[in-house]
Write a protein that binds this ligand. Structure first.
Ligand SMILES: [Ca+2]
Length: 139
C-alpha cells in the first residue's frame, strides 16, 4: 500500500521535519493514528498527520545541523488502525522488517548567500563617495 516517501523541510530552514508518505493513489485513509507507530532512523518522531486521502506525514524533531539531503530509513513498527477500505497500511510483522528510504524532497538551503543577496552592494572610489543615499537610477 505504501508506494513512495520523501523528506520535507516545511519551514525551509535546511533541516528536514517530515517524511511524507504516499499510499496507493486513490486510497481514502481513515486518519486513525492511535494504533500506528513509525520510527525514523536518527530522528525522534513527534507525530502523524493526514495530508490527503492517500498521503500522510510522519513529523520528526529537526536535527541540530542542516540535513536537507538526509534520507533516513523509516519503518512502521506496528499498525492496528491506519488504513483504507478495510486494509491496513502495512507494518513490520514478526521478524519481517519493511524499511523504506525516502527520496530527497527537501530543498537545499544555501545558508550564507541569502543575507548577502539582501544587501545592496556599491563600489566606492573614496570614503566620501560612499553615502547612505540610495543609488540613483541610471538615465
Ligand atoms: Ca525544517
Amino acid at each position: 500500500m505504501i508506494v513512495a516517501s520523501w523528506t520535507l523541510d516545511t519551514n525551509d530552514n535546511g533541516r528536514i521535519d517530515r517524511i511524507r508518505v504516499q499510499v496507493k493513489p486513490g486510497a481514502a485513509l481513515n486518519n486513525a493514528f492511535s494504533g500506528f507507530v513509525a520510527t525514523v532512523d536518527g530522528y525522534t518522531v513527534s507525530g502523524y498527520l493526514l495530508v490527503g486521502g492517500d498521503v500522510f506525514d510522519i513529523t520528526i524533531v529537526e536535527g541540530t545541523q542542516e540535513d536537507s539531503s538526509a534520507a533516513p530509513k523509516w519503518q512502521v513498527l506496528s499498525n492496528s488502525t491506519l488504513g483504507s477500505g478495510g486494509s491496513l497500511v502495512e507494518s513490520n510483522v514478526g521478524t519481517t522488517i519493511r524499511a523504506y528510504v525516502p527520496a530527497d524532497g527537501a530543498r537545499p538551503v544555501i545558508t550564507f548567500t541569502s543575507t548577502a543577496l539582501a544587501r545592496t552592494r556599491r563600489m566606492c572610489t573614496s570614503p566620501s563617495s560612499c553615502t547612505k543615499t540610495p543609488p540613483r537610477a541610471l538615465p
